[in-house]
Write a protein that binds this ligand. Sequence first.
Ligand SMILES: [Zn+2]
Length: 290
Amino acid sequence: MPSVDHVAGSERGQLEPGIPRLDEATHSVKGIVSTPRGPWAVCSHDLAGEASIAWSTPCERRDDLERLPAVDPERSADSAVRRARITLRRYATSLQIDRLGTATFRCRRCNLPTGCICDEGPDRPKWDEREYVLACIEAFRRRMRAVFGEAVALAVVIEHHADDTLHVHFGFGHFLDKRKVAACWEHGFVDLRRIESKDGRHMGKRERARRCAAYLTKYVTKEHHRPGVKSYSTTRGLVPAPRRERFMTRNEAVLWLCRENGGLWESEWHSESMETWDAPPVWLLFWGDS
Ligand SMILES: [Zn+2]
């Protein structure tokens, strides 16, 4: 079952019988206009190539993510994690983040670049020192900004290892000199790599970015969730707000989106696929690399 926080794997298709194919409907697409009174709300994240369609009353200005149902505390944590994953995915895809970095912590006692010679074992930050790790990440961000400039988009998550130590993973969107990045991270090793397909197949920027986002969102878990505290961090002010439009019918909403995205969507997700969904239905549509 495709999940809302990962790109749906279903085939490009029709939302429901009766929605005309774009090529059959091009003559009518030109005439489609949004209307403030329309009950079908579209939220289009243009750079990310994804959009939501939901039924709502015209006075509602809720974000599509806020529709994710949250009833009891357990479910509320689920929804918060889901929202965080979706936001992180949209951020990474919008900014074409297709490279991953991993930063580790060396032993703080012996401070050796490799391994550790302490009798009592390595002293690395543990789960209960997450505040310290967050401070390390903030300092890393500041140094990265000083070295590479304001526009370096970073999406940072923390991985909690089975042995209770923490790793930091970060996504970024273009080549960075590894030595310079390593100098910005003062606590251990840094490894950088670009997302590539396993079979050498060509991947477009958007596909790479979605793959990268799937890797990063793996570490956004309920365990990391604390009410009011983000389990990931991004560089602010780089992704424009989504476009919001309203339409009288869902078909018009779909056709308008196809026109804006230059063709049919590649995959989709529907709230019907979630048994626990108890809010008005939401569709997510995803466009691939054109
Ligand atoms: Zn040591």
